[in-house]
Design a protein around this ligand. Structure first.
Ligand code: CA2
Length: 152
């Protein structure tokens, strides 16, 4: 199974500012964790981060026919982007939305998610572990079952 992990604007600044909301681990730490979790789950992980809405749309379109699942944290574009929603709908790849912080406990505008309307599942407020949980969820629901060992 191959999973594409997409991160939106400013997430490359993780660990540099606002540790109270997003934790003190850096974006480089997150990328290392994604690869380690992929190894543990037996899942191939590709990651992509951009600060640009159109680039995120391009990457979602690129994924068509190439990956089995998408984990996406569209960051601020979560709350504004119909283009990302439409791209996720267009490719129809099973997607899980992740938010590091508990968006429901923050400003009202963060409680609206356009991208989430095209996602099968959402994980919020679990810190970086939310990405692992999203990969576990995709593997459970869309991974190929391991063959049953034959005895004898
Ligand atoms: O909780 C999340 O994961 C968010 O998607 C993060 C976005 C925010 O706009 C969403 O409402 C919730 C913001 C990411 C910005 O990341 C920063 C990292 C370091 C310093 C400042 C911002």
């Amino acid at each position: 199974m191959k999973i594409l992990v997409i991160n939106g604007p400013n997430l490359n600044f993780l660990g540099i500012r606002e540790p109270g909301i997003y934790g003190k681990n850096t974006f480089a730490d997150l990328l290392q964790m994604l690869q380690a979790w992929g190894g543990e789950l037996g899942v191939e992980v590709e990651q992509y981060q951009s600060n640009h809405e159109g680039d995120l749309v391009d990457k979602i379109q690129w994924a068509y026919g190439k990956v089995d699942g998408i984990v996406i944290n569209p960051a601020a574009y979560t709350h504004t982007s119909v283009a990302i929603l439409d791209a996720l709908k267009a490719v129809s790849i099973p997607a899980v939305e992740v938010h590091i912080s508990d968006v429901d406990a923050r400003e009202p505008f963060r409680q609206i998610s356009y991208a989430g309307l095209a996602c099968k599942h959402t994980i919020k407020g679990q810190g970086f572990d939310g990405y692992r949980q999203a990969m576990v969820w995709l593997k459970k629901h869309y991974g190929t079952p391991s063959p049953t060992p034959v005895e004898g």
